[in-house]
Design a protein around this ligand. Structure first.
Ligand code: CJB
Length: 833
């Protein structure tokens, strides 16, 4: 392609092509140019927001120059690419990340200072891009960072929601949800109005015979909605690679705006159609680990899958390769079952549009897709009602039935006369109404299925997907333990620690090879190093204390032990266990003599997290935490010995302040319920210790850092089923210490006990499904061990340093390389200038 452009033309382009700023002076020039021209502001009316926008635009220019080069290089080289399909990308802020990844933060700091601004104030102007709920969405964002950093030719595909996850406000102790309209002045996206795809819904299927007598299917009529591409540049750290995240926005297709209605004077209803189309990408569903089966959600899924596949196929077809080469050029990873329709859509494109035979098409499809499962919770497993799918996607339902038929035929051959097996593994659940089991469809349509931590992947193989392991053999199922990007979660969130580590290790290479952290162990006994380590933790605690003061009005003492649990509020994550433990501690302190109180280690219990708007139990947990905070924090008798904080509107940018400031963090899900957890990794990477159950990645964290460096408690996954069974048959006794906590609540110590009746009843009366009572004693005594350990400052520091030194395994760079080798079979693309 390059050679087809005449040299003089190329020369002219080269001469005038955009140049990146490379130093402070050039940055300042770009900044002022953007402020004065793009933003039409000046020295006299440039506030911090304008300074932010100008800085972001200057950096965006840099990214886009690299983006262009990367895309050209990927097109010319034409090697296999990865496409990561995720309904959620929880990106957080982009500016700080861009500055660090391109290595120009110092220049920007000085440049901004010359022009009268503090870089921290400028950075904090940015609105988080919060297109996700929690762990699953943040994992996708960490993956993008690693994919670019490792130079993989990779694209993310998602939806451009007009409203991200809601903003949480706490009013009188209750969660309120405020819409998050985040798109005003978003400098990080490039609308590609020329890249549009028409997406069809509803209608009907016609069977026909072509001139050769071959039967075909055409999907006719229905509605058309247009998908418009918006591109977000994803810079790698310390590399020129800048990948693309393509987000689709919905819009009425030109045919949709009904000119007949319009001409007949029915302007309002013509506009209503338009708005209807725009509804598809309007809002992120705010549920974490829960599927509700709403039609609009299915529409979102198909809209996004169809647009992305159209784009991928279009790119492949430009190469004029044979279809059989598709899986050598394209790997598509399904982030959970949300994009499973992509499997069906791909099969539809191949057989209905491209005219391939079923078997050939299906071979291509299954070689192309990989599926990641993130949870075993039954309420999170997607099922779609057959009538709903019949109406919205009639041709897709037919194809699903055919996939199922061929699959069940093959199962029957291998397991003759096992009718139960056929019913169990059928994609169609024979309920009323019938349901399409999306996880089964995803397994059948992929060549690899993975869980996100060892225990989780083992549970998938022995429980949920057991039959499929028998059918396909164990090789289709694998584990890829999650990680986090050390660029954001160490370097960006904790610059002081990153630079102390760099000082000891002789540079920042550990940021791209996190296993190098192991060299830190040599300094564990170094007094001066320990002092600096401790000093950094204290400064980070002060930074969090300021956030707490600014947002809650409460003052906390940074000498106290900071105990943090921040994540989505969910019964299985057991914030209720934590707050009951806090009440237990409070009652204990209240019963102490002054002498006894002198021995108490002062503690700040910090909570944060959103509840799904319709999840009443989660909301009442938030309510209880806030009520306990109001009582405890105003009890002058207790003072600094205990403080309870609920940080409102927990999000990525707050996590960047919270993670470096913990002494201990809580990852206390009922064993066997948390897929992996990733905040556990962020906290340990920042020198915090963990109290946790033997669940998710806690197990591998323990293996890596050593069991003397973590506080584990509670029942094991293998015991959970039996305990639940016993509770169900009435074998249940409320833990005596927990009974005292309940009594205090019932005595209205924290306001109207009626508000918390359901929460207590779920434990006392309804079988304690999450084993809060079973684990309470071990939880409380383990916290006593935490207090004890915190007393010995030197020992604590040694644990903290040793743990960080052993966290190399948990970088998403390792994770992405594992996916690339064992699932995608893609190679990095060498970067040249
Ligand atoms: N996860 O965030 C979600 N949402 C879901 O609907 C299902 C799972 C989480 O995914 C993370 C990334 O793999 C896991 O670390 C976490 O355990 C899991 O709950």
């Amino acid at each position: 392609v390059e050679a087809s452009i005449p040299e003089p033309l190329r020369e002219a382009w080269r001469k005038h092509s955009a140049k990146e700023f490379t130093n402070k002076e050039e940055f300042e020039k770009e900044l002022v140019r953007h402020i004065e021209t793009t933003l039409a502001r000046s020295l006299y009316n440039c506030d911090e927001l304008a300074a932010y926008s100008g800085t972001a635009l200057a950096f965006r220019d840099r990214l886009i120059i690299e983006w262009n080069k990367t895309q050209q290089r990927q097109t010319f080289t034409d090697q296999k690419r990865v496409y990561y399909l995720s309904l959620e990308f929880l990106m957080g802020r982009a500016l700080d990340n861009a500055m660090l990844n391109v290595g120009m933060k110092d220049a920007a700091r000085e440049g901004l200072r010359d022009l009268g601004f503090r870089i921290e104030d400028v950075i904090s102007q940015e609105h988080d891009a919060a297109l996700g709920n929690g762990g699953l969405g943040r994992l996708a964002a960490c993956f993008l960072d690693s994919l670019a950093t490792l130079n993989y030719p990779a694209w993310g595909y998602g939806l451009r929601y007009r409203y991200g996850i809601f903003k949480q406000e706490i009013v009188n102790g209750y969660q309120m949800e405020i819409p998050d309209y985040w798109l005003d002045n978003n400098p990080w996206e490039f609308p590609r109005h020329e890249i549009t795809v028409d997406i069809q819904f509803y209608g009907s299927v016609k069977k026909y015979q072509d001139e050769n007598g071959k039967i075909g299917h055409s999907w006719e009529d229905g509605e058309i909605v247009q998908a418009v591409a918006y591109d977000v540049p994803i810079p790698g750290y310390g590399t020129k690679t800048t990948n693309n995240l393509r987000l689709w926005s919905s819009k009425a297709s030109s045919g949709e705006f009904d000119f007949q209605k319009f001409n007949a004077g029915d302007y309002e209803s013509a506009v209503a159609d338009q708005q209807n189309a725009e509804t598809i990408s309007a809002v992120l569903y705010p549920n974490d680990n829960l599927e509700r089966g709403k039609e609009l959600r299915l529409k979102q899924q198909y809209f996004w899958c169809a647009a992305s596949l159209y784009d991928i196929v279009r790119r492949f077809k430009k190469t004029k390769r044979a279809w059989s080469e598709f899986p050598d050029q394209v790997a598509i990873q399904l982030n959970d079952t949300h994009p499973t329709l992509a499997i069906v859509e791909m099969q539809r494109i191949l057989i209905d549009i491209e005219g391939l035979e079923w078997d050939e098409a299906w071979g291509i499809v299954t070689k192309t897709f990989g599926y990641t499962n993130h949870t075993v919770l039954p309420e999170a497993l997607e099922k779609w009602s057959v009538p709903l799918m019949q109406n919205l996607l009639p041709r897709h339902l037919q194809i699903i039935y055919d996939i199922n038929l061929f699959f069940l035929q093959s199962v029957e051959k291998r397991f003759p006369n096992d009718r139960d097996m056929l019913a169990r593994v059928s994609i169609i659940e024979e309920s009323h109404p019938k349901m399409v089991r999306m996880a089964y469809l995803a397994i059948i349509g992929s060549h690899k299925v993975n869980g996100v931590a060892e225990l989780h992947s083992d549970l998938l193989k022995t429980t949920l997907f057991k039959d499929f392991v028998e059918i396909y053999g164990p090789d289709r199922f694998t584990n890829v333990t999650n990680g986090v990007t050390p660029r954001r979660w160490l370097h960006q969130a904790n610059p002081a620690l990153s630079s102390l580590i760099a000082q000891k290790l002789g540079g920042h290479e550990f940021l791209t090879d996190l296993t190098l952290l192991d060299k830190l162990e040599a300094f564990v006994d170094d007094k001066e190093f320990r002092r600096e380590w401790a000093e950094i933790k204290t400064k980070n605690k002060l930074r969090l204390a300021k956030l707490i003061k600014d947002t809650t009005g409460y003052s906390v003492n940074p000498e106290s032990l900071f105990d943090v649990q921040v994540k989505r509020i969910h019964e299985y994550k057991r914030q209720q266990l934590n707050i009951f433990g806090v009440i237990h501690r409070y009652l204990k302190i209240k019963g102490m003599s002054n002498e006894e109180r002198k021995k108490v280690i002062p503690r700040v219990s910090i909570f944060g997290g959103k509840a799904a708007p319709g999840y009443w139990m989660a909301k009442s947990i938030i309510h209880l935490i806030n009520k306990v905070a109001a009582v405890v924090n105003n009890d002058t008798d207790v003072g600094d010995l205990l403080k309870v904080i609920f940080i409102e509107d927990y999000n990525v940018s707050k996590a960047e302040i919270i993670c470096p400031a913990s002494d201990i963090s809580e990852h206390i899900s009922t064993a066997g319920t948390e897929g992996s957890g990733t905040s556990n990794m962020k906290f340990v990477m920042n020198g915090g210790l963990i109290i946790g159950t033997c669940d998710g990645a806690n197990i591998e964290i323990t293996r890596e850092i050593g069991d003397q460096n973590i506080f584990l408690f509670g029942n094991l996954a293998e015991d959970v089923e039996d305990l639940r069974h016993r509770h169900f048959y009435g074998d249940f006794q409320l833990d005596p210490a927990l009974a005292k906590v309940f009594k205090a609540i019932k005595d209205n110590m924290f306001g109207d006990a009626g508000d918390f009746a359901a929460l207590m009843a779920s434990i006392e009366e309804h079988g304690d499904y999450y084993l809060v009572s079973d684990d309470f004693h071990s939880y409380v005594t383990t916290h006593e061990m935490v207090d004890e350990a915190f007393l010995n400052k030197e020992e604590w520091l040694a644990k903290s340093i040793t743990s960080v030194a052993r966290m190399g395994f948990f970088s998403t760079d390792r994770v992405i390389n594992e996916y690339a080798d064992s699932i995608w079979n893609v190679e990095p693309l060498a970067v040249k200038d």
